[in-house]
Ligand binder design. Structure first.
Ligand code: SF4
Ligand code: MG
Length: 388
């Protein structure tokens, strides 16, 4: 297997006045090169925080507190081997074990991210073409130099806000003819008509769908290995949504890049993804191929979500809501039982004793955090609701 990203025991916590919130908890995931991996779950399940943790964009009072994020990149591994031997194993570099500066050099180049709201990615006072050209230039400056082995960084403080604005220039500057030409080419790639002319327009002159395409062009400027797309089409109407998904699909095929797609929409997952992980209360509770998760799901939460698969063409947009509430993610309130037990129609005595660990179901690649992976469901053992 050619895994490009190997995340183990990742925990991201927020230290609030009410206590410690475990937004992402003991998270494990391996992503293969060139696949489209979907993370699906209700809002508040930790999907976006996971993405920000991978990008190193978690902001105070949040913090990645444990785990490893290993990224396969032979050039980068060579660049890090001498200065940070403990972080490197073969071609893999543990991103949590290298300095922030070195990590930053990967952002926009090895890793790019697109968001729901493209407006926040553009500076309203500069043309779209200038901003994409800037992203091209930043990428050229930031590319780890294979000969000197030196990873150059792309600038000072880099918070989420500044990432979102990263392509937005601090002040107007003149981009080279070459990068401008590359920007126009990128606009063409993402299907913007009359790209040379549109490059000179400002963000407000673009429609929502067009600006979404421009944001994708900007993200592609660095020729990323991994594109993280967080609800990339949620704000768009369904026709445009489908077009953008097709575009991502085509780009993935052409470039071979890996996509981590975060969405609350199972229709989007079914259309785009090779594999999928279902997130609940900061954990992946079930993961596998599309078929594993859609046709052979084990976890009652997955089954609940699948109760109505929303379709792109129209009607049901949201996941079916499952009765009950997501548990508090405050550390001192987290139950010492399966986090889903209070909402689970199949909960058994076992489920109340301690949280289940990952177990394989059928194949080693289909895993779930549910006792039902190891035992047959017996309706006689299901607890009455008031026992929970
Ligand atoms: Fe339901 Fe038990 Fe599985 Fe938790 S472990 S999801 S309570 S059956
Ligand atoms: Mg989100």
């Amino acid at each position: 297997s050619d895994d490009i990203l190997r995340i183990s025991n990742l925990s991201t916590q927020f230290f609030t006045s009410e206590g410690q919130v475990n937004a992402v908890d003991d998270f494990d995931l391996t992503i293969e090169r060139g696949e489209v991996f979907g993370i699906v779950g209700e809002s508040g399940s930790g999907k976006s925080v996971t993405a920000l943790s991978i990008m190193d964009l978690v902001e105070s009072p949040g913090e990645v507190t444990s785990g490893s994020i290993e990224y396969r990149n032979p050039t980068f591994a060579d660049a890090m081997r001498e200065s940070h031997p403990a972080a490197v194993e073969g071609e893999m570099v543990d991103l949590l074990a290298i300095p922030e500066e070195a990590r930053r050099s990967l952002r926009g180049t090895s890793f790019s991210m697109i968001f729901q709201d493209p407006e926040s990615s553009f500076n309203p006072s500069l043309t779209v073409g200038e901003q994409i050209a800037e992203a091209v230039e930043v990428q050229q400056r930031a590319t780890p130099n294979p000969r000197s082995g030196e990873a150059r960084t792309r600038g000072p403080e880099y918070s989420l806000r500044s990432y979102v604005m990263s392509m937005a220039l601090p002040s107007k500057r003149y981009v080279s003819e070459e990068s401008k030409a590359k920007a126009i080419e990128l606009l063409k790639t993402v299907g913007i008509p009359d790209p040379a002319q549109r490059a000179d327009e400002y963000p407000h002159e673009y429609s929502g769908g067009m600006l979404q395409r421009a944001m994708i062009a900007q993200a592609l400027a660095g020729e990323p290995d991994i594109l993280i797309a967080d609800e990339p089409t949620t704000a768009l109407d369904v026709t445009i949504q489908a077009q953008i998904l097709d575009l991502l699909d085509d780009l993935q095929e052409e470039t071979g890049m890996t996509i981590l797609l975060i969405t609350h929409n199972l229709g989007v997952v079914a259309r785009m993804c090779d594999r999928v992980g279902v997130m609940y209360a900061g954990e992946i509770v079930e993961r596998g191929t599309l078929e594993d998760v859609f046709d052979r799901s084990v976890h009652p939460y997955t089954e609940g979500l699948l109760g109505s698969v929303p379709d792109l063409e129209g009607t049901a947009e949201r996941l079916r809501s499952i009765p009950g509430n997501v548990p508090s993610l405050l550390d001192h309130e987290m139950p010492d039982r399966c986090y889903f037990a209070d909402r689970c129609p199949k909960a058994m005595e076992e489920c109340l004793k301690k949280p289940p660990a990952y177990a394989a179901e059928g194949s080693a690649n289909h895993t779930t955090k549910c006792y039902l992976a190891e035992m047959e469901y017996d309706p006689n053992q299901a607890l009455e609701n008031d026992a929970l």
